[in-house]
Design a protein around this ligand. Structure first.
Ligand SMILES: *Cc1c(COP(=O)(O)O)cnc(C)c1O
Length: 403
């Protein structure tokens, strides 16, 4: 056998990439050369960054940085094993206890990421005779978890309670378990899941109620306790997922609930069983972050103040910021709906050239024809940075016929 005659079995990938380029939705990764901050150096250029999930500015908080360094000095850089073998360090247990107290639940388990928290939990809780009733705009990690579980997936139209009830009613006489699941805040549109009405349905039909609070952790509820606290539906949500990767500023995901739920996940959630636990620095950083949430509530106030200002000004420019053919944002995520994928990517590139980092998002991340620039506020953007970003958005938006 000679390699000279071998046909590259991956040659189809080149064809697919060419197709992306033709559609105008192929991208190069932008590279951050500074810290993740409102004013960042990206691809060698200083830009105002309105693309990150660093809601509270915790990625560079001195207390978190010190906690990471101290834990590294004390415990080293890695845990050395999966949690169930030899990789459970006291600092991992401390973080889980800290989160459980913060969320006022019996227990908590931390995963490597929000993605694995969702996919690992949904796939562990349900099996092939069960049913998952899921909002059509739920995050990819929920969809993957649902597929892995082999349960039957019944999708309901976005935030459509009547449709969710129809789906639940259609399987109410089936013996399998039912899981009703929604994002707390929807990541592409910034609207909030209708928790109270979904909790009513879960109770009426005896379904397990689960929420994914990735974009609500640190953003909604008292001191950022999430949507359960925001809506005052304590005790009515069986499984609460959150992330440590967005407002919390580091990396990870967690599940909160009863002691039995957490004990079960310790035994059955596959990312927990088969993937190594966080380095001590990550756990220490997150512990410090929850302390900051309690000690510095002014960060959350500032986040919302910036959000109100930026949203109002974006609307004044004349952009479609949702609420017409897409859901209306209620949170620091504000989309600028463009529609066409190619034009969206051009908008994003032109913004970057003029000093604003705002990511374009197109199919398959959002539906075809609903491509958008997604803007995200943080507590640490200054008014001057926001005004400069708004000026640039207006100028480039008008030039491209978007505003
Ligand atoms: C970002 C996100 C996740 C994944 O969280 P990571 O910690 O980044 O893996 C899960 N669900 C939603 C809704 C998200 O936006």
């Amino acid at each position: 056998m000679t390699t000279a005659t071998r046909v590259d079995p991956l040659s189809y990938l080149g064809d697919q990439i060419s197709q992306l380029k033709e559609k105008g939705t192929h991208f190069r990764l932008r590279v951050l050369q500074s810290e993740q901050e409102p004013l960042s150096t990206i691809d060698g250029k200083q830009v105002i960054n309105i693309a990150s999930n660093n809601y509270l500015g915790l990625t560079t908080h001195p207390k978190l940085r010190e906690a990471a360094l101290a834990a590294t000095r004390k415990y080293g850089v890695g845990s050395g094993a999966v949690r169930t073998v030899a990789g459970t360090m006291s600092i991992h247990m401390e973080l889980e206890e800290k989160i459980a107290r913060f969320k006022n639940v019996e227990a908590c388990v931390v995963f490597q990421s929000g993605f694995t928290a969702n996919s690992g939990t949904v796939s562990a809780l349900l099996g092939k005779d069960d049913f998952i009733i899921s909002d059509e705009l739920n995050h990819a990690s929920i969809i993957d978890g649902a597929r892995l579980s082999r349960a039957k997936i019944l999708v309901f139209r976005h935030k459509d309670i009547a449709h969710a009830e129809e789906q639940l009613a259609s399987v109410k006489d089936q013996p399998g378990r039912k899981l009703l699941i929604t994002d707390g805040v929807f990541s592409m549109d910034g609207d909030i899941g209708p928790l109270p009405a979904l909790c009513d349905l879960a109770e009426k039909y005896g379904a397990i109620m689960m929420i994914d609070d990735a974009h609500s952790s640190g953003v909604l509820g008292r001191n950022g306790r999430g949507t359960v606290d925001h809506f005052q539906v304590h005790g009515r949500v069986d499984v609460q997922v959150g992330t440590l990767s967005k407002a919390i500023g580091a990396l990870g995901g967690y599940v909160c609930g009863t002691r039995d739920l957490i004990d079960f996940l310790y035994h059955r959630a596959r990312p927990f069983l088969f993937s190594t636990s966080h380095p001590p620095a990550v756990a220490a950083t997150c512990i410090a972050a929850f302390e900051v949430l309690e000690q510095e509530p002014e960060r959350i106030e500032k986040l919302w103040e910036n959000t109100r200002y930026f949203k109002k000004e974006l609307g004044n420019i004349g952009f479609n910021i949702g609420g017409k053919n897409t859901p209306a944002s209620e949170t620091p995520i504000t989309p600028i709906i463009v529609g066409d994928g190619k034009l969206t990517m051009e908008f994003s590139r032109e913004l970057f050239k003029e000093g604003v980092m705002a990511t374009g998002i197109a199919f398959p991340t959002v539906a075809e024809g609903k491509a958008r620039i997604r803007t995200i506020m943080s507590a640490t953007h200054t008014r001057q940075q926001l005004d400069q970003a708004l000026d640039t958005l207006k100028r480039v938006g008008k030039r491209l016929g978007i505003a």
